[in-house]
Design a protein around this ligand. Sequence first.
Ligand code: PPS
Length: 300
Amino acid sequence: MAEQNSTPDFVRPVLVPIEGVQIQSNFAANWDRVKVFQAKPDDLLIATYPKAGTTWVSEIVDLINNKGDTEKCKRAPTHERVAFLEFGAPKPLPIGVEQAAKMPSPRMIKTHLPYQLVPKSFWEQNCKVIYVARNAKDNVVSYYHFDKMNRIQSNPGTWEEYFENFIEGNVSFGSWYDHVKNWWENKDRHRILYMFYEDMKKDLRKEILRVVHFLEKELPDEIIDKIVHHTTFEVMKENPMANYSSLAGAGFLDHKMSHFMRKGSVGDWKNYFTVAQNERFDADYKKKMEGAMLKFVTEL
Ligand code: PPS
């Protein structure tokens, strides 16, 4: 993929392989520091393939930790409340590992790293991890729109090109198929809560209660109701501390192209996949996911 300027100010990164996984060059440049990152036992790691529900579950966790106090959760935008472990970008944007080092404990840290690339200190410290997976079809559509609107992501090209690159794992953080499978296969080796975006859409309350239980908290019903309301797509979309509008000034997110909180639905892929693409995707999916116990729904 050729390096190209999308605006005078931002050079879109290229993809470089890190231990066989394609990662965008601004993040890859940081790899030596990410690999030796020192986790603490009370860190909570929120792990996802990009666009699978990181921001959603981050808001849920913050609300649970703050007993449903929505004002406290508006103390800062998501990217300040949750350190993005492998984040790297041209100055003056903060480096993820440096941001995490400055954060008070207990820290919320997000990552898009595949299981095998997670810094080993998270396992040595027996940290809790929440992994969210989203069906591949909606995931690729969401990722495509994000890469278009985010000028510090690699150039997505056309939808047709992006579709093929996603299937081949030639997007930042590599193969969706390997990502979801590898986390799934290793979930019982550590304290990992494996969640699905589609389950959250179907029954948000139930999934929030799973998180409450995993975090070993107890909250009264009315607080749970409040958290459910506050973390619906409609409410989060209007929350400036959760919808990434606070980064508008930094100039790399083009909200005119697409919103960070874009559609928040299951089945939007039907608006983008052609019949031929759908057939090709399904046939390839069958091969890549053969034998996996992991099952996804693509409509509700
Ligand atoms: S990132 O950049 O990887 O951290 O993005 P991430 O937060 O993982 O994913 C963004 C997508 O999640 C949708 N989203 C939600 N959907 C439903 N309900 C709620 N509350 C919610 N919050 C975020 C967001 O809209 C992105 O999906 P798309 O399909 O693009 O709308």
